[in-house]
Design a protein around this ligand. Sequence first.
Ligand SMILES: Nc1ncnc2c1ncn2[C@@H]1O[C@H](COP(=O)(O)OP(=O)(O)O)[C@@H](O)[C@H]1O
Ligand SMILES: [Mg+2]
Length: 482
Amino acid sequence: MKFSPAGRPFSLKIRLTFFISLATIIAFVILTSIMLNSVKNHFAEMDVKDLNKIKMTISSILLNPAESEAQKVEKISVILASYRHISVLLLNSENQMLYQSPDGPNLLPILKTRNFVESLKSGKVFQWRDATLNSVSQDDNSQKVYRIIAASASAPYHDKNSTCTFVVSFSIDFHLHYLDELKYNLWLIAAVMCLLIVLIVLFAVHKGHTPLRHVSMQIKNISSENLDVRLDPEQVPVELEQLVISFNHMIERIEDVFTRQANFSADIAHEIRTPITNLVTQTEIALSQPRSKKDLEDVLYSSLEEYNRMAKMVSDMLFLAQADNRQLIIEHTPIDLRAETLRVCEFFEAWAEERNVTLDIRGHAGWVAGDALMLRRAINNLLSNAIRYTPEGQSVQVTLSNQDEWVKLVIANTGVVIGPAHLPRLFDRFYRVDPARQRKTEGSGIGLAIVKSIISVHLGKISVESDKVSTRFTLLLPRLIS
Ligand SMILES: Nc1ncnc2c1ncn2[C@@H]1O[C@H](COP(=O)(O)OP(=O)(O)O)[C@@H](O)[C@H]1O
Ligand SMILES: [Mg+2]
């Protein structure tokens, strides 16, 4: 990932514009270079062709034995007069100058160069810059660069045979001029096009990000007052669909937590207000007239019971708050879940007997790692519920088993069926299936919430099913592999 100097990734706009522009600029540079090169090569090929043609013409004139040297020179000069950019230097076999084009450059210095010797041997065309002119004038019209070909040809006259050497030069300044101009124009056009493309890309990217800004605007308008707002995944481009769906899920969870939190505060207030009202009323009645010591003791005992319940509820809530804030410190000792279950059952035996409910414990299970006190508390809550809701004369089934990498504990009881509407909310704080009835009996609906917290700090799972056969709470805890 690329980072700007501030440490934040570069904006999408800059990235897209940068890469698209880079690709366009590279494409233009390559295209322009190819075009310029091809024009340059084309000119070179044409020049070589022309030079060879002139070389052949001069050779064939020199080869005519019927004409004298002077006649040949005359003929050559006449022909050359019509070629504006061509100049010729002609030497006889003694290396004396027979002819040099009057308007052309001084070609004599070429005779000393290595290129000349090579061209004479192989007929290769080479490029030559007239250094004398270069220093004298920088005038644009002055001819400076030439393509040169050198050749020797036999020039017989009657019986006398001799060999002439000649150099043909072709001024390519006008080609170079044209190429320079073409180069300038092409690069200018390429630069303007690149700039235009960058601007168009910038605009396109800005436009392309409109849905993103739109979504961001919608999100910005969501506050705690309208957490029920959902974004429509059908209304955004397909690339944003997943983002919108994920956002909707997130807001759904937040809304859920938010409402639970709001309800939780209301529930706490309600749960505490009721016993306090009871205490106040009870105390007021007790004080309304003189009472015997015995009566006052009774009132105090009754109040003590209520205080204990409140204290238990407050400590339960504290426990849940600690679990919420991940402040629960749990020990990780190996625990025999069956032994722990049996211990809890033993504790409830007397109460169960009193209610004429039997406890039926079956199966074996492996060990788990965890906090014995907390797990006991969880089993305790589940078992006390089961015993409480089991009709007289029936039994509570506790089954232990191993399931893959889990240890499974099922606590099942017969009796009232919990409706499917209640099942998902059963582990919520203060949730009771029948609040009116249960408030009077016992429990504030916090027991299962505590069980759930304990099981989740042990990385386990809890679920509940209820049908005509029974209500079953299933605990899964990670098995300790020894
Ligand atoms: N074994 C069970 N059989 C039937 N209903 C149950 C059972 N366990 C829990 N419930 C229902 O779930 C509600 C929540 O249970 P819990 O959190 O333990 O609260 P409580 O303090 O009322 O026991 C109870 O009020 C009851 O309606
Ligand atoms: Mg309970």
